[in-house]
Write a new protein. Sequence first.
Length: 113
Amino acid sequence: MNIYVGNLPYQITEEELKTAFEEYGEVASVKIVIDRETGRSKGFAFVEMGDATQGASAIEELDGAELLGRTLRVNEARPRPERSSGGGNRGGGGNRGGGGGFNRRPREDRDNF
């Protein structure tokens, strides 16, 4: 069972989070999501537990619990929506326009010099 854990304290380590979940069963993996630009935690993680019953128990007990001064949001992780591989509106910029630079004159204007 894959579990989403949100509102994490930014200083928490994967080992500390694993210890919190091990109280409810065997933890297969813990992955704190890190911001690529800053190298710091984004404040959420995914915990994988091998047994669904133990995972459900961890969710029930830890959702709303306080950890290092923060109230956790814990629920079953939803699958990531599929991204299309081509075109479409992906947001974030794109390659439209450009700033300044040399603009060529249309061909008919160039021939008149």
